[in-house]
Write a new protein. Structure first.
Length: 440
């Protein structure tokens, strides 16, 4: 196999089509209750927005890769499943005469960070550092796989870096279309969006109803009504209900829903959305308890109203100049073997050197469980103590080991969960994948 050795081997794909942008947004709008939340601290509004944008990003990236493989003559299949199923997009490519499952991993490089201390992204810069194993995160390009995903039945990994403005809190820049959405969050999230509870409500044909009050107290709100759309499930299908919000008034009762996945307003109405939408459960027809993994009954009407404000909305349409640097691919077995060439890293100590990760030299009992579950029990070194494999650890409190895609922003940057890694030098060139999958 030809490995990644030259900048021109990196595929640079610019500009998703409008259809791809809309498809990514549509899946994100509908699929949140059906998508596994790996990092369970993401119950805040910002956390839910990030999850939705990651779904949109994944769908758009898959579509762009599939389009390019087809353009190069490769036999590539992209099975579009219902958003209620696992693996919304099941990608397969032909390798060695057999269709293989492909897991496409995309990392973000945001071009408009204030005071960015990294060199600008380019194929040349990636290749200059293709074999750099750390500790300086400014030139460290790990090819990451979350430790919680390593047991999934994928056969191939493909890695890319996406370059764009930071779209997480910017709904306007570099967009000519919008899909503005907010999501259930906070303590009421399980009641509104639990997958298991949704299925039981559908099985029993008993859902819940909500009302929406528009609270504009203390704002400069005008009398403009806001058309507020509530998206969810009913009888196993996506449904959408509209509540017209008027200052000081409560909407009609809407439902029934088996779950609520998102809320929408159009661009004009968001400009007039100054107050709070107070969403309360007016009726709950399915009364049986539904216990979560902690034994807590999640089928309990939230005591507090769910509040949605202007700041809770993100634009699920990615920037139009969104570009993908597709670096290369590897078989999962080769990936796991290559991990053993490297060392584990934890977050920088800012007081010593904020640009350098620290070796993973304190291996706790919980760390041992993580390493053993991934199949790396033999890489736990005792003298001296070291995680002697390609792992990057998180603190579990919002920051972790850092790299070019996850820079150190003074104690709040870095990875949010523990990942395995290899380097770009371990990847096979994309042309190799296209050649093997080409129609003969």
């Amino acid at each position: 196999m030809r490995h990644l050795t030259r900048p021109e081997q990196i595929w640079l794909l610019s500009g998703p089509t409008r259809a791809e942008l809309r498809e990514g947004a549509d899946y994100a709008l509908k699929s949140m209750p059906w998508t596994f939340n790996r990092m369970m601290y993401n119950t805040s509004s910002n956390g839910q927005q990030t999850r939705a944008l990651n779904i949109a990003k994944g769908v758009v990236g898959q579509r762009m890769l599939h389009r390019e493989l087809k353009r190069r003559g490769a036999k590539s299949e992209l099975q579009v499943k219902s958003y209620r199923e696992k693996d919304l997009f099941d990608s397969r490519v032909k390798v060695g005469g057999t269709q293989r499952h492909l897991d496409f991993k995309t990392f973000n490089y945001y071009t408009n960070y204030a005071g960015d201390e990294r060199e600008s992204l380019s194929s040349e810069f990636i290749l200059q550092n293709r074999d750099y194993p750390g500790p300086d995160w400014r030139r460290f390009f790990p090819m990451l796989v979350p430790h919680t995903q390593i047991r999934q039945p994928k056969e191939l990994y493909c890695f890319a870096v996406a370059a764009s403005i930071d779209f997480r809190r910017d709904i306007e820049t570099d967009r000519s279309i919008q899909n503005l959405a907010a999501f259930p969050h906070g303590d009421g999230l399980p009641f509104f969006s639990s997958r298991r509870l949704c299925l039981k409500r559908e099985e029993e044909d008993r859902g819940f109803f909500v009302k929406v009050a528009y609270d504009t107290r203390g704002t400069l709100s005008n009398d403009h009504p806001v058309h507020f759309k509530i998206n969810g499930e009913r009888e196993g299908r996506f449904t959408s209900e509209e509540a017209v919000l008027r200052a000081g008034k409560e909407s009609r009762e809407v439902g029934p829903f088996s779950c609520i996945c998102s809320f929408q307003v159009d661009h004009e109405d968001l400009g007039d959305f100054y107050g709070k939408a107070r969403i309360s459960v007016s009726r709950n027809d399915y009364r049986s308890p539904m216990r979560n993994s902690s034994g807590k009954d999640v089928n309990v009407v939230p005591r507090k109203d769910l509040l949605i404000t202007r700041g809770d909305f993100c634009n699920l349409i990615l920037p139009e100049s969104y570009a993908l640097y597709i670096l290369g691919w590897t078989a999962k077995a080769d990936y796991l073997q290559a991990c053993r060439k490297y060392t584990g890293w934890v977050w920088p100590n800012d007081k010593v050197n904020r640009f350098a990760n620290q070796p993973w030299s304190q291996v706790t009992e919980e760390d041992k469980e993580t390493l053993e579950a991934a199949g790396f029990a033999d890489c736990i070194q005792t003298k001296p103590k070291l995680a002697r494999a390609g792992f990057m650890k998180t603190t579990g409190r919002g920051n972790g080991a850092c790299c070019y895609f996850y820079p150190n922003i003074y104690g709040v940057g870095g990875l949010k969960e523990t990942n395995l890694y290899v380097l770009p030098q371990d990847l096979c060139a994309m042309d190799e994948l296209a050649d093997m999958g080409a129609e003969r």
